[in-house]
Design a protein around this ligand. Structure first.
Ligand SMILES: Cc1cc2nc3c(=O)[nH]c(=O)nc-3n(C[C@H](O)[C@H](O)[C@H](O)COP(=O)(O)O)c2cc1C
Length: 374
């Protein structure tokens, strides 16, 4: 009688482990490939967005170029909270409240400042391309109207800097800004009711640092603040290119990570860790400047945005980098103490920015004109 053949496993243990490893590597590799999408070209998209102004020949094409330049302005969390209406002889800038930031900006103050930044770019570009603009501020309306009549083009050195401006959130090189450049910044033309307070002495900078620390400790202890921030964070190139808005981690000097990992990291950031990071950044800066306004209403916020954008463009023309540290102003309970500490008796602080010398960072993206036209 023949022996019964020995029953043997289909796969040896070693083969099974090999298969498991190959499978695991394939799945992980596939996941990472899909998260990092190396085939997507970020720089090509950024170049297209930050392209120089096209002096188009027809009025409708010129109007679209003007709107495009307005969208290159700074704006809170890169929400791009604007809509534009192109009329026969005017461009209107409307708020897009669907893109508001209810936690960090409950009164839409920073939203209207963002519209003011867009207005400033628009005005510089209209004059440079042969229009005379006349602005109606949102005192009685809920939008900004810019009436345009044709004129001879006016040259303005800030026009060419619009595609180069950025918020540079890295550490700076610690060098003081040259006196001649400080003089130019201090001589910046302002809007009615808006003022600047430059802070460059170690004692005053230490005071600013204390308030930024306080702001960070409050904000990063607030789950609603963190959730809102995470909603607008784009943790990798694929996310950034898909939405064309929000805060792309690489622009702030952080690595690209899958969303799950990024969320866990931000949610786990201790308030003190964030305060330490920003303290280092402020210490590496040459100085800081507070932009303040007498009134605290929509028109004052728009004018503040204009002055900020003008200042940022002037800094860009001098190769000076800047970034915001608005924490002490965003926290209402700290804002009035910060106002007194800065000696701003009759003006409320609206924005706080640091400045200095540094290399440029990767550029943030913008949605196309079609997405922002009413
Ligand atoms: C009103 C306002 C508030 C802002 N607040 C901050 C801030 O607190 N921290 C920060 O890093 N950037 C802040 N920003 C900068 C925006 O995040 C930035 O403009 C946006 O991401 C687009 O990037 P870009 O300016 O480099 O083009 C603010 C911008 C504006 C207009």
């Amino acid at each position: 009688m023949m022996d019964k053949p020995e029953s043997r496993p289909m796969l040896s243990r070693r083969d099974f482990l090999k298969l498991l490893t190959v499978g695991g590597v394939t799945v992980t590799g596939g996941y990472l490939l899909s998260e990092y999408a190396p085939w997507l070209d970020f720089n090509q998209q950024a170049d297209q967005i930050w392209r120089p102004f096209d002096m188009a020949s027809t009025i409708p094409a010129q109007m679209r170029e003007l709107v495009h330049y307005a969208t290159l302005a700074a704006n809170g969390h890169n929400t791009q909270p604007w809509k534009f209406a192109i009329k026969e002889n005017a461009i209107e800038i409307h708020p897009d409240y669907t893109r508001r930031l209810p936690v960090v900006d409950p009164s839409n103050r920073e939203l209207w400042i963002s519209l003011g930044c867009a207005l400033e770019n628009l005005l510089i570009a209209t004059c440079a391309s042969g229009f005379a603009p006349e602005v109606s501020y949102p005192d009685t309306t809920d939008f900004i109207n810019v009436r345009l009549t044709t004129d001879t083009p006016q040259s303005n050195p800030l026009f060419d800097t619009i595609p180069n401006r950025q918020n540079t959130r890295s550490e700076y090189d610690g060098q003081p800004v040259k006196n001649v450049e400080m003089d130019q910044l201090q001589a910046l033309s302002l809007e009615p009711g808006v003022s600047l307070r430059f802070i460059t002495t170690p004692t005053d900078l230490k005071t600013v640092l204390e308030y930024v620390n306080q702001g960070n400790l409050s904000q990063y202890a607030d789950k609603a603040f963190i959730d809102e921030l995470i909603y607008w964070l784009r943790f990798n190139k694929k996310e950034s290119l898909a939405s064309l808005d929000g805060l792309y981690s690489v622009c702030s000097g952080n690595p690209e990570v899958p969303r799950l990992l990024g969320k866990a990291f931000v949610a786990g950031t201790k308030p003190q860790q964030q305060a330490d990071v920003d303290a280092k950044k402020l210490r590496s800066s040459s100085g800081a400047v507070v932009i303040a306004s007498e009134a605290d209403d929509k028109s004052a916020w728009v004018r503040t945005g204009q002055v900020y954008e003008r200042m940022a463009l002037t800094m860009t023309s001098l190769n000076i980098k800047s970034a915001f540290l608005n924490q002490p102003i965003e926290m209402t309970k700290i804002r009035s103490q910060f106002q007194s500490a800065m000696g701003l008796d009759n003006s409320v602080p609206q924005l706080l920015m640091r400045f200095g010398y540094a290399d440029a960072m990767p550029r943030s993206l913008r949605r196309p004109i079609e997405a922002v036209l009413l």
